[in-house]
Design a protein around this ligand. Structure first.
Ligand code: SF4
Length: 503
């Protein structure tokens, strides 16, 4: 039990916490600094806490914690030890390789989290009720003192790996600070929308789950706590009353054109391994139709800022935090918006370096790429997925390899490197995957080392476009799929022979 029992004056109306262990976050996450800034502009006292970066890139490197981790690992089952044979925790992540290409980061989250055989909600909840010396020590040192000084507690989840810590911490908060309200949000929460009605027990730990943009749900909850609103009138939240899970009306995103710039002042910027800060020009995807996509939620809506405003915001964020590198966190920035941002960055002499995700749906001219480069653009990421025209059509990707090749050439000639995603998905034959890899390797050779290839295995999202097109991938869902918390990587079987590249 925590020693913190006496009520203390609340310094913050809301504490927004990014919990461990979301392993892929190498720079700050954008959602909480954005929500916090919006809340502050409306008079609320808000604080942001990134416990993920603290946990992964600072705390677990301390000798006494490394010792605890070794003990944690040695208490695991033989199957677990075989699956995760390493217990070197001095690095929080490592990069998997496939055939010499970069895979995605191999996660130590399973080692940091309690051992579980499945991701069934009941098992995850049962684990969170057990004593956990590692989580307990972390909770007492870093979270409990902050909770004591805050009203509402919000956890943002990017993926299911953060759920064990959220449940453990929420249980402990409810024990130590009866009456504190807890709200969860973030992409994982939104992706879990259709499953919440099957997860009633989750609401023994939390009071609200927020769907889509967090600004109005958090403000509505703060107003509820002040007695100014009823629960049923808090927009965009799921909650449970008398054993019935209720979902309130979801309102459109607050106008991103007038939203204040994200506020990173609470974050320990020196801890992030990638020295860049995220900003955004848009919400949703301007295309939104790729059949495998799990980034866009159902009914994908696209909102865009004025590119002059985005450029000003980029400069303001860079100046305020003394960071010259920025990363556009949009799902996909259209070529037109890239050009608008670039021209405005040049006009205001922003002096920043930046990267973005975009689509190869246009043949970039040399002049186009020159403007991007002059504004500080240093890297673009594009999803090619596969080079075969028939497969591109099948995926509803809406691009042409000729445009991709022209874009690649123009960008590389102007000093902009290109990260290319290739996707291994059910239905793609080994032969076609091999041809796709060959095609990319040939382009890599011509790119003078300025093209990076990232090969990914397909994953099934609960709220993905794929859910409406399961037959196209021969996917058969597990019968217990609604009880599984892996909302971005649901278990499935496929009737089409398919080999994963990574386990
Ligand atoms: S995969 Fe990318 S381009 Fe395709 S719909 Fe999703 S976010 Fe948009």
């Amino acid at each position: 039990m925590s020693d913190i029992k006496e009520p203390v004056p609340e310094r913050n109306d809301v504490l927004l916490v990014f919990p461990p262990a979301a392993i892929l976050m190498l720079m700050p996450e954008l959602g909480m600094p954005q929500i916090s800034s919006w809340l502050k502009s409306r008079g609320w006292k808000s604080r942001v806490l990134d416990l993920n970066v603290k946990f992964l890139f600072d705390w677990i490197e301390k000798p006494e914690i490394e010792e605890m981790l070794k003990q944690r690992w040695s208490g695991r089952s033989e199957t677990f030890k075989k699956t995760y044979p390493e217990y070197k925790f001095s690095r929080a992540y490592t990069v998997a390789q496939y055939d010499g290409q970069i895979g995605y980061a191999k996660s130590y989250s399973p080692v940091l989290n309690p051992e579980n055989k499945t991701w069934h909600i009941d098992e995850i909840i049962a684990n969170s009720l057990k004593p956990d010396p590692l989580f307990e020590k972390f909770y007492r040192e870093f979270l409990a003192p902050e909770v004591a000084e805050s009203g509402l507690i919000g956890f943002e989840l990017m993926d299911h790996y953060q759920l064990p810590a959220v449940l453990y911490f929420s249980r402990r908060i409810k024990e130590d600070f009866p009456g504190k309200n807890i709200i969860i949000g973030g992409p994982w929460s939104t992706a879990s929308q259709s499953a919440f009605s099957s997860w009633k027990k989750l609401f023994d730990f939390i009071d609200f789950a927020c769907l889509y943009a967090g600004e109005e749900p958090v403000e509505g909850t703060l107003q509820f706590l002040k007695g100014e609103r009823e629960k049923k009138d808090i927009p965009g939240v799921v909650w449970c009353e008398n054993g019935i899970v209720r979902e309130n009306e979801i309102r459109p995103l607050p106008d991103i054109k007038s939203a204040p710039a994200p506020d990173f002042t609470d974050l320990p910027l020196h801890l992030y391994p990638w020295k860049a800060l995220p900003v955004r020009n848009s919400a949703g995807c301007p295309w939104g139709k790729c059949l495998f996509c799990y980034h866009c939620f159902p009914g994908n809506k696209y909102y865009e800022k004025d590119t002059a405003r985005t450029a000003e915001e980029m400069k303001a964020v860079a100046d305020a935090n003394n960071f010259r590198k920025l990363s556009l966190a949009d799902f996909s920035v259209s070529p037109q918006a890239l050009l608008g941002i670039a021209k405005n960055l040049i006009r205001i002499k922003a002096n920043v370096k930046w990267d973005a995700l975009t689509r190869a749906d246009m043949a970039y001219s040399d002049k186009f790429a020159r403007v991007l480069a002059a504004s500080g653009c240093r890297q673009l990421f594009v999803g090619l997925e596969i080079e075969d025209a028939e497969e591109i059509e099948k995926l509803n990707k809406g691009i042409k390899t000729s445009n991709f090749e022209k874009m690649l050439e123009s960008c590389i000639n102007n000093g902009i490197s290109i990260g290319v995603f290739l996707l291994n998905y059910p239905g793609l034959s080994e032969e076609k995957l091999k041809t796709g890899l060959e095609y990319c390797r040939n382009l890599q050779k011509k790119s003078r080392g300025q093209m990076y290839l990232i090969v990914k295995d397909f994953e099934l999202g609960r709220a993905s476009n794929t859910i409406g097109h399961l037959d196209a991938f021969g996917i058969v869902l597990d019968k217990d799929v609604n009880m599984d918390v892996r909302s971005f990587s649901l278990p499935f079987k496929t009737t089409i022979p398919w080999k994963k590249l990574y386990d």
